[in-house]
Design a protein around this ligand. Structure first.
Ligand SMILES: [Zn+2]
Ligand SMILES: [Zn+2]
Length: 459
């Protein structure tokens, strides 16, 4: 009876009542119902991270496998689609490789019900111990491979879901620690990759490929860093504290330009070749994920986003269908980019900084894209007018479609008179750059050639 009560409290998300019941002692935290479902599994299925954390704190077994269909708490959380719940269980040590009675892992179940963000979250989760292992001197070593202070930022880097190289350099320049130890961290990432592929019982291929890729990016950034140091006249010597920041900005600017530069067909050719090079240098060639990736690359024309090296790498690591519905930033690949170029409205960014860094290459295509967007809108308006005419009856249907086509449909909130960046309509930007972008949208930043007034657009 008490167990049913506990499940009811969980269903009602009544944290205090559940806690009080457990404190009373009549019901144990790992008791299971007639289907073998534990309280933690129930809370996971309901997608309640706080409730899960409370149960874990009370000693709930995250590995409980008594469910009649072999589901774990993580399977249930994956089905719920609640990212905080999934994160909570992963942090508590939930295993992502457990399968249920139909041989599905939690990530597979999440993919099955369309929770693609959860798939990416599970695939990219790395236990902190895996990094901490390298912070202790082993065997003959006099010092550890990784300074303990580098463990947290390295862990953060390795858990990034967005693999766009511009995003990676963004993460790095925000950590002075990482940025001044690029080679060390790169080596540790390579060791993590090797360790996974060498595991006799079969390691985590996703982690192996990802750690290798990140290691490549870090090495390239270190090369750029050395080149910048030379330019600054510091030779191979170490820069001062202040210089490090300036240096990071220079490396960011140099590398993002290289990766974002488009050829005449608007393809980021250098980035494509760079990423292909990174993937192909993966040392363990018999790894199934690597073979699949290389086969896909060989087949893919590198023009479309989905079949670019970045698209294929992201799909291999984050799950096939992740992000397809999301608006990605044209500079750094972050999802939920809500600011559009006011001139063409054909590209979107996560913020002002990304627009600025992309402008040098976008400006060559801005006018072309603008025409394209106008043409698309014209066609959409014509189709809408034709449809409206068809429903209105024969008389209206005889009207020439071009009449309707001349106007842009109402409801598009792009006032061309504003600044270079403006909201694409979904509300506030979801990342840290929002303040800047918002300000830019009001015309605050008057510097770049981006701020040309946009006259009579599509009218
Ligand atoms: Zn961005
Ligand atoms: Zn534009």
């Amino acid at each position: 009876m008490s167990l049913k009560e506990l499940f009811d409290h969980i269903s009602n998300d009544d944290l205090e009542a559940a806690k009080a019941l457990l404190a009373g002692g009549q019901v144990k935290v790992n008791d299971a119902d007639e289907h073998g479902m534990s309280a933690l599994q129930h809370a996971s299925f309901k997608g309640l991270p706080k409730m899960c954390q409370m149960l874990l704190d009370q000693g709930a077994d995250v590995h409980w496998d008594g469910h009649e269909h072999g589901y774990t708490a993580l399977h249930f959380a994956a089905l719920s689609g609640s990212e905080p719940t999934v994160r909570c269980l992963l942090a508590a040590g939930a295993r992502a490789d457990r399968t249920n009675s139909v041989h599905r892992t939690p990530a597979q179940m999440a993919g099955f019900v369309g929770n693609h963000r959860v798939v990416a979250l599970i695939n990219n989760f790395i236990p902190r111990e895996l990094i901490d292992y390298y912070t202790v001197a082993r065997g003959q070593e006099t010092e550890p491979k990784l300074l303990p202070s580098l463990a947290a930022p390295t862990h953060h880097l390795l858990m990034q879901v967005n693999l766009h190289p511009v995003h990676i350099v963004n993460v790095l320049r925000q950590s002075a620690q990482l940025f001044s130890h690029l080679v060390r961290v790169s080596r540790v990432l390579e060791l993590i990759s090797e360790r996974e592929v060498r595991k006799p019982s079969g390691g985590n291929d996703v982690l192996a490929v990802k750690a290798h890729y990140l290691s490549c990016v870090l090495r390239s950034l270190d090369e750029a860093r050395r080149a910048e140091l030379k330019k600054l006249g510091s030779g191979e010597g170490e820069a001062t504290e202040v210089d490090q920041k300036e240096l990071a900005e220079k490396v960011y600017s140099h590398m993002s330009r290289a990766w974002l530069r488009c050829n005449d067909s608007m393809v980021e050719e250098y980035q494509e070749n760079y990423l292909r090079g990174c993937i192909k240098s993966f040392p363990c060639r018999e790894t199934p994920l690597f073979q699949q990736l290389v086969a896909n690359l060989a087949r893919a024309p590198p023009a479309a986003v989905e079949t670019s090296a970045l698209g294929l790498l992201s799909a291999a690591i984050n799950g096939q269908r992740a992000f397809q519905d999301e608006k990605q930033c044209f500079a750094c690949g972050e999802e939920g980019a809500t600011k559009r170029c006011a001139q063409c409205r054909g590209v979107q960014y996560c913020g002002r900084e990304c627009q600025r860094v992309h402008w040098f290459t976008h400006k060559k295509f801005c006018a072309v894209l603008k025409q394209r967007v106008i043409e698309q809108e014209r066609r959409a308006a014509a189709a809408a007018a034709a449809e409206a005419a068809a429903t209105a009856g024969g008389e209206a249907a005889a009207l020439p479609a071009a009449d309707g086509a001349a106007t842009v449909p109402e409801g598009e909130d792009d006032d061309p008179g504003q600044g270079p960046v403006q909201a694409a309509g979904q509300g506030p930007a979801q990342n840290a750059g929002q303040g800047v972008a918002q300000a830019a949208g009001q015309g605050a930043a008057q510097d770049a050639p981006l701020n040309q007034p946009v006259a009579g657009e599509a009218r």
